[in-house]
Design a protein around this ligand. Structure first.
Ligand SMILES: [Zn+2]
Length: 400
């Protein structure tokens, strides 16, 4: 068993995933962790440096941007006859409930996102999320949902789609703005959509990919689940994420998650509420080397490999969201006959919104040929990624 602080270079480890490139995330990369079992010989870790240059006094949507946005929404809703929902001029509607506003195109992974920030319910100078915790930043009015892992590859391939969380009418939109932002730049314009709903509330979808925003125009209706665009990092953003924000008919912030420190609602506004901590394995990979996470916004290099020869170096990586203390993750590598070849556990000392752990193994010269599996179990969920080891054939001939 080992337990140590993160170093940039040490032999065992956990990456505090990309604190430097995920929007508005606290720059805190100090965590202890344990691993048990397995061959530690080739384990390597590096920790991202904290996002020291971030200025937490700046919101993901600046006051100036809000002013322009709300003026546009007010103008458009008036022109469309959608305003004045709260005055009694129209029958009051039940509060709209929202579907999850993202999906993974192709959807092969067990997960593809992690929450970076909730709504801040404290006054200026303080931070308080819905659960009376600190998973937010000062003045944040929405929910930041990050693409995870390989967020820039996901932007490149348009993998994470933004969906209308409820039926509505487009009341503001923008497209064509630069979408590879890595630091907060005041005045940077986002690609976004704003939807007015039947109860007079409005949902906002920010930071999308240039050219990805729906071709529908202001005044057009959209259905729940309709594709609005692709997650990227346009506007005041430091990495690919969706900023999802809800306002009521009087333009007050609504936090759709129920919590003791969320005074904005008493009943969840989600169709399928997710827990405050939503622990999950999001991806398992087998590779020829450890995943590389270069400086923002360069594309990550996963070094994926599924077919190995005896003697090859194999790297097993498990990506998680909401790693929690006292909730160990177990990883197992099984031979074709399902017997265990390697097994190890990961246990962290405190919550991590995103993290991954990788372990390398020099495949034995007598490793049984066939289909192997890399399995991870975490928080009651299991996922398996298969790979093959060959002893014959062209690809392996030179090594025999
Ligand atoms: Zn945000």
């Amino acid at each position: 068993m080992s337990s140590r602080r993160n170093d940039r270079y040490c032999r065992i480890g956990l990456l505090l995933a990309q604190f430097a490139v995920i929007a508005c995330e606290p720059a805190d990369a100090d965590v202890a962790y344990d691993t048990t079992g397995g061959d530690m010989e080739e384990l390597v870790v590096f920790a991202e440096p904290g996002a020291a240059d971030e200025d937490s006094s700046q919101p993901c949507i600046t006051p100036e941007e809000y002013a322009v946005l709300f003026a546009d929404v007010a103008r458009n809703t008036a022109a469309l006859g959608l305003d004045d929902m709260s005055s009694g001029a129209r029958p009051r509607q039940a509060a709209v409930r929202f579907e999850w506003p993202l999906r993974q195109a192709g959807g092969a992974d067990p997960g593809y996102h992690a929450i970076s920030n909730y709504v801040d319910h404290a006054g200026p100078g303080e931070v308080l999320d819905l659960a009376c915790g600190k998973r937010s930043y000062d003045g944040h009015h929405g929910i930041d949902i990050s693409s995870w892992p390989f967020p820039w590859l996901k932007v490149e391939t348009s993998e994470i789609e933004v969906l209308a969380a409820a039926p509505g009418t487009i009341v503001s939109r923008a497209d064509g703005n630069f979408d590879r932002r890595c630091s907060w730049i005041s005045g940077a314009k986002a690609n976004f959509v704003a939807l007015r709903h039947v109860d007079g509330s409005t949902s906002y979808y920010y930071h999308m990919k240039s050219g990805s925003v729906t071709s529908k125009r202001v005044g057009d209706p959209v259905a729940a689940g309709e594709r609005l665009g692709v997650v990227a990092s346009s506007g005041v953003s430091t990495g690919p994420h969706l900023h999802f924000e809800v306002r009521d008919a009087a333009n007050n912030v609504i936090d759709p998650f129920v919590g003791a420190c969320n005074p904005t609602i008493t009943e969840s506004r989600w169709v399928s509420p997710r827990p405050y901590y939503d622990p999950a394995i999001v991806k398992l990979t087998t590779g020829s080397a450890a995943p590389e996470m270069p400086a923002c916004p360069e594309l990550e290099e996963p070094h994926l490999k599924h077919q190995f020869c005896r003697g090859d170096l194999a790297v097993f990586t498990a990506f998680f969201r909401d790693l929690l203390p006292d909730t160990p993750a177990t990883m197992v590598v099984r031979r074709p006959d399902t017997t265990v070849a390697l097994q190890w556990q990961l246990n962290v000392s405190r919550h991590l919104a995103k993290g991954y752990y990788w372990k390398s193994w020099q495949l034995p010269a007598d490793a049984p040929a066939g289909t192997w599996s890399f399995e991870a179990t975490y928080a009651g969920q299991s996922f398996t990624q298969s790979f093959t080891i060959a002893k014959k054939g062209k690809a392996c001939a030179a090594k025999q």
